[in-house]
Ligand binder design. Sequence first.
Ligand SMILES: NC(=O)c1ccc[n+]([C@@H]2O[C@H](COP(=O)([O-])OP(=O)(O)OC[C@H]3O[C@@H](n4cnc5c(N)ncnc54)[C@H](OP(=O)(O)O)[C@@H]3O)[C@@H](O)[C@H]2O)c1
Length: 153
Amino acid sequence: MDILRGLKKEGSIRYVGITHFRAGYNQELAAAIRKHNPDFVQLGYSLNQISTETDLLPIAKDLDIAVMVNRPYGRGSMFRKVRGRPLPDWAKEFDANSWSQFFLKYILGHPTVTCVIPGTDKVKYMLDNLGAGRGTMPDAAMRKRMLNYWQKL
Ligand SMILES: NC(=O)c1ccc[n+]([C@@H]2O[C@H](COP(=O)([O-])OP(=O)(O)OC[C@H]3O[C@@H](n4cnc5c(N)ncnc54)[C@H](OP(=O)(O)O)[C@@H]3O)[C@@H](O)[C@H]2O)c1
């Protein structure tokens, strides 16, 4: 971190961040964030990994650290649970037109999240994912409904 801070000071890099992706490492990541106070953290967060909401997001908020979310689909595994299932009607209320947008909007609706980085090598998926950045975002009450729905599937 000293080396990275040096590079930032001399203008070679603009931001310094810390990252992990597994919920099992939340405590180590939390300790590293507290110790190093980076500009941003990249972490795993999704409807399938909500321990991030209690373990990490409050620390990022307190320290005013930007949050980049990785693995928003649990490496694609979340799509298995909804295969062949239509979106609930109320997904229209926050402009979600696909399950991927439903998953991404849950993340983007959290006030501490800065951005999300879904992975794909397919243009059609990328366009679908970009759609999650448009329209209404779910508020706290809607996010609760989304989580509840997901957990009952
Ligand atoms: N810093 C870290 O420690 C760390 C750890 C893990 C991941 N990451 C980063 O986080 C990003 C995302 O991680 P990830 O790719 O492992 O997991 P992910 O984004 O949770 O899931 C990717 C999977 O979702 C599928 N997918 C993407 N968009 C879709 C769509 N609209 N509809 C249906 N399926 C869709 C992809 O399919 P296709 O393969 O068919 O395109 C791929 O199988 C990557 O940039 C990765 O490098 C960072």
